[in-house]
Design a protein around this ligand. Structure first.
Ligand code: CP
Length: 301
């Protein structure tokens, strides 16, 4: 593993911990790990502590660990089956689990929970989603997917639409993507706009940012269309039907563009487009494994 990647990182809590050099080095390494099974992490144990549901994040972390020869212990429904039910604090849980495992992957409904947990964790801790806060490893695999699909990020136009207020994947993605020369279009209804301080931070990086409620304003020269479902765990606002990615909308999308999604999808992506070659979201989900293989290697070796 290129030593530059994680020397400074004990924990992975936010996309803002990464610079362009460390991102490129990590993703270069991920590109070497497709289909690889080895024993680089033999003897190491990863604990997945998930207080919120997950398919991709937990299972791709676990697959990544197993493919590198490591072991996994899991509390996959920790809010129901761990001693949190008996009133144990997150801090006490992490202090103890950190004596069983060499690394903890944590998903929690509370913004800032991963920082709180990392403060007492005796082992590296990875934020696998903290409420509507961040999901930095999703951003890593998103950037990796854009690189892989389009050959690079500089000069690209990324259109994010849907729930930009509560979607942690979007929050981490714009932070990481702003390391590159990217134009962002943020498409949402007024109830689901990106938090103003986040938009201001994005503009402070020098990125060009357009905010609009009309997807037709920005789709014609889009390189990456990234719809996100409404986070129904955190709001009862409805998804705007004008943003549904269906065959009619795909006709207005350039042939060279791709459609990405962190998944799961709900109504924002019509299954009728799944066979379109521009649909990248299942390839994107698969990319979670090599990216997390590289990340685990960098934190544990
Ligand atoms: N992208 C993502 O976080 O998916 P899961 O909720 O299934 O982990």
């Amino acid at each position: 593993m290129p030593a530059v990647v994680m020397q400074r990182l004990a924990h992975v809590l936010t996309a803002s911990q990464f610079d362009r050099e460390s991102t490129d080095a990590l993703l270069d390494r991920a590109s070497q790990l497709h289909g690889i099974r080895d024993d680089v992490l033999a003897g190491k144990i990863m604990a997945t502590l998930f207080y919120e549901p997950s398919t991709r994040t937990r299972l791709s972390f676990e697959a990544a660990m197993l493919r590198r020869g490591g072991g996994v212990i899991s509390a996959e429904d920790a809010s129901q089956t761990s001693s949190a039910v008996k009133g144990e604090t997150l801090e006490d849980t992490v202090r103890v689990v950190g004596t069983y495992a060499d690394l903890i992957v944590l998903r929690h409904p509370t913004v800032g929970a991963s920082q709180q947990a990392a403060a007492v964790s005796p082992v590296p801790l990875i934020n696998a989603g903290d409420g509507s806060g961040e999901h930095p490893t999703q951003a890593l695999l998103d950037i990796y997917t854009i690189r892989r699909e389009l050959g690079g990020l500089d000069g690209r136009h990324i259109v994010l639409c849907g729930d930009l207020r509560f979607s942690r994947t979007v929050h981490s993605l714009v932070t990481l993507a702003s390391l590159f020369d990217i134009r962002f279009s943020l498409v949402s209804t007024p109830e689901l706009t990106m938090p103003p301080e986040m938009v201001a931070s994005l503009r402070d990086t020098g990125a060009k940012v357009t905010e609009t409620a009309d997807i037709n304003d920005v789709i014609r020269d889009c390189d990456v269309l990234y719809p996100t479902r409404v986070q129904t765990e955190r709001t009862d606002v409805k998804y705007d039907a004008n943003f549904v990615v269906n065959k009619a909308l795909m006709q207005r999308l350039p042939d060279s563009a791709i459609v990405m999604s962190p998944l799961p999808r709900r109504e924002e992506i019509d299954t009728e487009i799944d066979d379109d070659p521009r649909v990248a979201y299942f390839r994107q989900a698969a990319n979670g494994v090599p990216v997390r293989m590289a990340l685990l290697e960098s934190l544990l070796t």
